[in-house]
Write a protein that binds this ligand. Structure first.
Ligand code: COA
Length: 258
């Protein structure tokens, strides 16, 4: 069905593997278009409760946007490339009501680092490397790198990574707060799946509300007001009644996502 992705669903977890290992899974136009369709499927398919994004091969998660597509672009084309990618893929991942986790199995550079950052959190294998090397090409990040990275690791570390183009290891990325867990290569997907199965056992509407509230993080009153509204909305769900009843009846909750 896809030319550049492998997509498989097991235990309601959809694993989306970017599959151009000979080009270190670089994001060309086809990958972006196909990723957009695969994420749409995660949104609409009721049999899918969560998703993993990872890369094929032993070397790379994603080594960035496909540089071979850059030389012919005008300023307007460049702006369009970034806008389309953001809307079709990166923003859609970030705003997905179902959890989407990055399993970073190697180089996550440029658009690859941004792809991981757009996911709800990141697990990485020991050999993973993160970086925003766009300045080496006369470029800056265009898929949210300057924004999501700064929000996540703070202004000064973000400035340094963006201006030097240096790569950091998985361990350093964990110290920076970019990565939640570092595993061996073999353990990466099993660990992500274990966490997703745990999340899938919780109330799905509440999980969607958590994602929405965290994405709307705002240290002013607006953020608290948004949370209050979403908290209230939970009381209109069958899942809240089921979860609270199950606790009081000392049994396991059976959530319906309603
Ligand atoms: N776009 C297009 N092709 C890419 C690519 C990218 N972002 N990253 C890697 N590739 C291709 C290489 O051109 C090479 O193709 P070839 O075999 O047809 O020549 C293949 O993937 C393997 O990469 P190679 O550079 O030979 O591997 P390496 O182990 O020597 O180096 C990297 C690995 C990641 C350090 C290096 O590939 C690199 O710096 N990539 C670009 C990273 C980048 O600048 N990303 C931001 C883009 S905006």
């Amino acid at each position: 069905m896809y030319n550049t992705l492998l997509v498989q669903t097991n235990d309601s977890i959809c694993t989306i593997t970017i599959n151009r290992p000979d080009k270190l899974n670089a994001l060309n136009k086809t990958v972006i278009t196909e990723l957009s369709a695969a994420i749409d499927e995660v949104y609409i398919n009721a049999d899918i409760k969560s998703a993993i994004i990872t890369g094929a091969g032993a070397k790379a998660f994603v080594a960035g946007a496909d540089i071979s597509e850059f030389l012919e672009l005008s300023a307007a084309d460049g702006e369009e490339l970034a806008r389309r990618g953001q809307q079709w893929v990166f923003d859609k991942i970030e705003n997905s009501p179902k959890p989407i986790i990055a399993a970073v199995n190697g180089f996550a550079l440029g658009g690859g680092c941004e792809l991981a950052l757009a996911c709800h959190f990141i697990y990485a294998s020991e050999n993973a490397k993160f970086g925003q090397p766009e300045v080496n090409l006369g470029l800056i990040p265009g898929y949210g790198g300057t924004q999501r990275l700064t929000q996540l690791i703070g202004r000064n570390r973000s400035m340094e990574l963006l201006m030097t183009g240096n790569m950091i290891t998985a361990k350093e990325a964990m110290e920076y707060g970019m990565v939640n867990k570092v595993t061996s290569t073999e353990e990466l997907l099993p660990k992500v799946k274990e966490t997703l199965l745990l999340i899938q056992s919780k109330a799905p509407v509440a999980i969607g509300n958590v994602i929405e509230c965290v994405n709307n993080f705002d240290h002013t009153q607006q953020g608290y007001d948004f949370e209050i509204k979403k908290f209230g909305e939970c009381f209109a769900t069958e899942d809240l009644k089921e979860g609270a009843s199950a606790f009081l009846e000392k049994r396991k909750a059976n959530f319906k996502g309603k």
